[in-house]
Design a protein around this ligand. Sequence first.
Ligand SMILES: Cc1ncc(COP(=O)(O)O)c(C=O)c1O
Length: 409
Amino acid sequence: MSSNPFVNDVTAGLKPYPMEELSRIKAGLVKESKPVYDFGTGDPRIPTWSPVREALVKSLPEISQYPSVKGIEKLAVAHAGYLKRRFNLATGNDLAVIPSQGSKEAIFNIALCLVGRAGGKKHMIYPDPGYPVYRSSTLYAGGIPWPVRVSESSGWLLEPWELPDHVQQNAAAIWINHPHNPTGATAPLDYWKRVIDWCHKTDTILLSDDCYVDIYDTALDGQLAGKFPGGAFPPVETDPRPLNPLQLTTDRVLSFMSLSKRSGLTGYRAGMVAGDPRIIKPFLNARANFGVGSPDFIQHAAAVAWADDEHVVERRRIFSRRLATFGPLLKELGMIKAIPSTTFYLWAKIPPRFGDDDVKFVLDLARIGVIASPSQWLSEGIRGYVRFALVPEDAPMQQAMNLLREYLK
Ligand SMILES: Cc1ncc(COP(=O)(O)O)c(C=O)c1O
């Protein structure tokens, strides 16, 4: 029986984000005019590249009309241009692309289209720790969530071939998220090949959450500089940047991309889904029912962002600098072994003297003004880790580092 008869069990069972105590500590510090260094939410505050804002303002219509889920032509052209420049992918018979309102809604809604496919496959496999919507979307779609605990010893890679047979046989889809939130891990080419082989063998749809595919160390751009003139593209074997599995095959693969981290447009809600047309086409049909057409003025702004790479290089520089500033301290404190070369997250083990109580560690740290996220809040029961999202700017970050060093002395 539902604990709340007015809503269904999935809704009644959703865990509220357990931020209350943290918010109370934060509010107390602000009230006392004490500084707060917030490494909690992965939403960096960097001014929007001005051509994006200008495109949005210029496209505000005099008369408002419904947008289409298919999107405007200008956005389709910008998507295709980006996919070509970044991954050497050509849209056409084998590769279809549709816009999304950021990637969250598409990640949620795809489960409604995949759970129960192929005669009733219901399992949705995903990494733990991982983005929480993989689980909630599965539950709302009536599927069976199958979290797979990933660990440092296997490079934070999800290995579906190790799962029980009945799960492998009944998997509607598998979520892979590399670069990975929260660990910053990236998957090597051999891993992608093996996952794709497994998906083809078991008839599982590969859902690649590529939200962070453009957030990598600027040194990787440096390795490519000048080597591929005149539009030549580095082969996947030697390209040091994070891969998109669509570069290997489009068969049963969807990639979810977003401007949220690439261009810092979290508030615009702009993303795209690219992949196997046999899935994208029915997904688009379904989306006409979901109410997810982006306003045209957002689409115009998104087109400008997808068409440019320079502002993204600038963002990469900022995050690379922050990782190079904060990472060494966590290494020195023994909380991480290596500094990741992607994302702007550091997933750190709390020092042994705190046991595995990451929540207590985070609340104690918050009392001195440094806010982070404990692993128990970002996973399905993982203890003993903390995530720092490198959101504070250089000077406040230095101050936070001093506090952390002092606290852990
Ligand atoms: C792994 C991952 N996937 C997807 C998203 C959704 O991002 P958005 O909906 O802003 O594109 C996030 C946001 O933080 C994320 O961390």
